[in-house]
Design a protein around this ligand. Sequence first.
Ligand SMILES: [Zn+2]
Length: 74
Amino acid sequence: MKDSNTCPKCQSRDIIVVSMRKTVSTIIPIAFTMAGCVNLARHVCGVCGFTEEWIHDKNDIDRLRANFAAKPTP
Ligand SMILES: [Zn+2]
């Protein structure tokens, strides 16, 4: 959906990209400050309403991996 600009459910090309401000529901916290959060953007189909959330900054994916990669269980 993000790259194809096509809805996978109804094949519509009417995609709305909603870049959201950092709020509790649009971030993944990886530290105790807002600078330590990963921001999400929502892609919404303008026909059927199907929605996906994406991390646009590839550096943020590495930050998530560093914080949430499988850690040994005690
Ligand atoms: Zn759709």
